[in-house]
Design a protein around this ligand. Sequence first.
Ligand code: PLP
Length: 378
Amino acid sequence: MTVAVPDVPLAQMDAGDPELLARLLGVVEEVARAGAFTHGRYVDAFEASFAAFCEAEHAVGVSSGTAALAMALRALGVGAGDEVIVPANSFIATAEAVSAVGAVPRFVDVDADTHLVTAADVAPAIGPRTRAVIPVHLFGATVDLDPIVALARRAGIAVVEDACQAHGARYHGRRAGTIGDAGCFSFYPAKNLGAWGDAGAVVTRDAEVADRVRLLRSHGERPRYHHRVIGSTDRLDGLQAAILDAKLPDLEDRTRERQRLAGVLRARLADTGLDLPALPGPGGDHVFHLLVVRTGDRDGLRAHLQARGIASGIHYPTPIHRTPAYAALAGGVHLPVAERLAEEICTLPLFPGMTHHQLGRVIGAVHDWTDTQAQAAA
Ligand SMILES: *Cc1c(COP(=O)(O)O)cnc(C)c1O
């Protein structure tokens, strides 16, 4: 049996939009002719536009979202022997960044309705070695940050927002990533703002944190060959910066399109019996990096969709504390919500440029499946 290529993909890369592709190829040629591959004007220009977009004082371009998290932690003084609180329901990079600076992630559970970390999850995990907490705006939904920031201030620990899936989301009027001590973004190609390779940024209102990240991303040097701290090669490339700067003006419209499509999908799936995650409460926002639904027969739903040419995904199949990479360190800690979500969640296709026809096919296929389930149960 041959497996058909899905007619409705999970997401769409830039090559799916011929006008955008041509424009970005022009940008690549311009950067190549200028030879401005590291540092320089394209990086400076994107940092200025991304800081303006985020309404943040500083944005520092770096090599990936994982590097952004690690350098933000280091810039805030987190290192060997420290503990950092991390929600188990996230991409593994949130924990890897903690490990990369020599600290230890302390995994906590998430809310069963929103799938996001809350102050109630964080509070009991704060101990004498805790130096920071990383709230993750997962799927593009904003974490309720005010109670977490208040808790962190009382405990004297830093708040590093993982906004890698939440470009442009607002929380009580402010952009995700600008509320804690530092905010970290990924521009991995599939993210809401995607490069043509790996890229990331740290945003902060703290000039000292921004300055430390600038040092760390490029061998701790200032000026050239004067190495003040042990850094690395974690700069944002000029090519990626120029591509991101060319795409940034469209991000707000593309976000609105994601929100519109998600609104239609959620409304049309409301009567199917599928469980839709609760939207963030008052003051919160959702930029729908991913649209996730939940069902006890997740694998059945995915097989049904696949047979109809519709892609789906699982974000993520294993909570971080149960991955082989972290299981020993996590020491058998039981985080029931994150563990259950991993077995029941399914990501449906959602992307700017998704056609009315594609949307209808997803809705129709899910309805077919839930109707069949209801008949079988009757
Ligand atoms: C993508 C992502 C990261 C890591 O970003 P990279 O650019 O892939 O290193 C971190 N956290 C979350 C929640 C992500 O989605």
